[in-house]
Write a protein that binds this ligand. Structure first.
Ligand code: BES
Ligand code: MN
Ligand code: ZN
Length: 497
């Protein structure tokens, strides 16, 4: 597999670079370490003069440049205030700097992270920060002139042990980052390019990574009784699909972890049509499924010693003469009937069958689903945290810890029988909406009815998988790839040991 926009990443030991831009982190109080000292030694007076002219104190955000530095072969020294040493985050540092140098005209940048007393893992994450900040989605820009395109193609990271940082990158951060970038592409692609069949075909190609991939069309899904999922796609000219990705890197017979994603390739709302303004964002309503695909790329790429099954339900939600109607009653694969009062509450219908299928067919040790499920979660948590709902405290703890480890923030919200009751209706086993109040919770309660006793969590990523406003330098486009890193941490921490 070759990845689109692959910034070339290399790792070396601590010695001055011989070309491109040398990025030198200097901490508050002008504390410099490792090869930074070598540069200063070589360029001495020139460096000191520039630092004092810039009133450089090493505070985070301060920068100065020494062009054509004497005694070294790099085109310039880019000295960047790295703040307090104990607060240093190599990933964020590299992301900010990459963003600022991306169009600089220079093709190579070297981050000097040797001698800083940071872990190999932290240094490897600098490469991730650079790759995420360099990510662009320019596929459909035909008029970009050269100066509007990134010039940067190579990122080098120096570290005390090149072997250790390379290992940390190759065994975890690199493949996971491949997954994040792949997920971003899926979300950013327009809905005339990514629809259920084209999406499934794209994912099928990932078999080259060693994944076993099965695509179920409508005929198979109908035979399995997946009428809740199929109902959502009735108004679409495009056939619904389900894709099952399997990675068997664990012990033979060990129960898999299951990850399940909502893949509504476009959500018009169906007959319960959404307003036109902003509807274009609903090309991202497959962000949960993109995270699952990206996570599987990470898992396969790093050859995880775990059994994992990834399932995505792919549908396009359209209004049409053939579309399902408010009031329709559908029988889900679980046998439970659902009164579809609002065709725009479609994600839960897709997941009802996907979750039941995952649970009964693969008997997972635990399942986590990701879905851009409710606008209400954006009202609750904005774009900073995803919402977590779980029937299992231990699993919720695992997710909190994976959030901490991956930097992908999440926040748990409650489930309760009182909320569940809001789904009752005289006309079927349940209705697909619970009313205006606690909209994200009633959506989660709905899903809970399809997971049996299996430890399960639902992560509502409506606010985090797609963003139109940004302040994180690692998030450069609408599609963020949220969830890929969290899921990989979760698997690594709980299934690979
Ligand atoms: N895909 C939407 C949720 C969404 C809204 C995601 C905005 C991202 C941004 C989902 O299918 C939906 O339409 N949910 C409805 C549920 C309601 C009809 C109960 C919603 O949130 O309004
Ligand atoms: Mn909807
Ligand atoms: Zn939706």
């Amino acid at each position: 597999m070759t990845w689109r926009f692959a910034l070339k990443i290399t790792f070396t030991g601590g010695k001055p670079a011989t070309s491109g831009i040398a990025v030198l982190p200097v901490f508050e109080g002008n504390k410099s370490f490792g090869s930074v000292k070598d540069y200063i030694k070589a360029g001495g007076a020139q460096y000191k003069d520039a630092a004092s002219a810039a009133k450089f104190k090493g505070k985070s955000g301060q920068v100065f440049d020494v062009y054509a530095p004497k005694g070294v072969k790099t085109s310039r020294l880019h000295v960047v205030g790295a703040g307090k040493k104990d607060k240093f985050d190599a990933e964020m540092f590299a992301a900010k700097v990459t963003k600022s140098l991306l169009m600089s005209g220079e093709t190579a940048v070297t981050f000097h992270l040797d001698g800083l007393d940071i872990s190999a893992d932290d240094a490897a994450r600098a490469a991730v920060g650079a790759r995420l900040a360099a990510y662009r989605f320019d596929n459909y820009k035909t008029k970009l002139t050269k100066d509007k395109k990134p010039s940067l193609t190579t990122v080098r990271v120096t570290y005390d042990s090149a072997a250790k940082v390379k290992k940390a990158y190759d065994n975890f951060h690199g493949p996971v980052c491949d997954g994040v970038i792949y997920a971003r592409d899926l979300v950013n692609e327009p809905p005339n390019k990514i629809y259920p069949k084209s999406y499934a075909a794209r994912v099928k190609k990932l078999e080259s990574l060693g994944l076993k991939i099965e695509v179920l069309g409508e005929k198979k899904m109908k035979a399995l009784g997946m009428n809740a999922l199929i109902g959502v796609g009735l108004g679409s000219a495009r056939e619904s699909q389900m894709v099952v990705m399997r990675w068997n890197g664990g012990k033979k017979g060990a129960k898999p972890a299951a990850i399940i994603g909502k893949g509504v390739t476009f959500d018009t709302g169906g007959i319960s049509l959404k307003p036109g303004a902003g509807m274009w964002d609903m090309k991202g309503d497959m962000g949960g499924s993109a995270a699952v695909v990206g996570a599987m790329i990470g898992i396969a790429g790093r050859k995880a010693k775990a059994n994992v099954v990834g399932i995505i339900g792919l549908v396009e939600n359209m209004p049409d003469g053939k579309a399902q109607l408010p009031g329709d009653v559908v029988k889900s694969m679980s046998g439970q009937t659902i009164e579809v009062l609002n065709t725009d509450a479609e994600g839960r219908l897709v997941l009802a069958d996907a979750l039941h299928y995952a649970n009964t067919k693969y008997k997972p040790a635990a399942m986590i689903n990701l879905a851009t499920l409710t606008g209400a979660i954006i009202i609750s948590l904005g774009h900073e945290h995803a919402g977590v709902f779980s029937n299992d405290d231990a699993l919720a703890e695992q997710i909190a810890s994976a959030s901490e480890g991956s930097g992908e923030r999440s926040w748990r919200l409650p489930l309760l029988p009182e909320y569940d009751k809001l789904l009752n209706t005289p006309n079927a086993d349940m209705k697909n909406i619970g009313g205006r109040e606690a909209g994200s919770i009633t959506a989660a309660q709905f899903l809970k009815r399809f997971v049996g006793d299996t430890p399960w969590a639902h992560i509502d990523v409506a606010g985090t998988a797609m963003k139109n406003k940004r302040h994180d330098p690692r998030e450069t486009t609408f599609g963020t790839g949220y969830g890929v890193r969290l899921l990989n941490h979760w698997i690594a921490d709980n299934y690979e040991g």
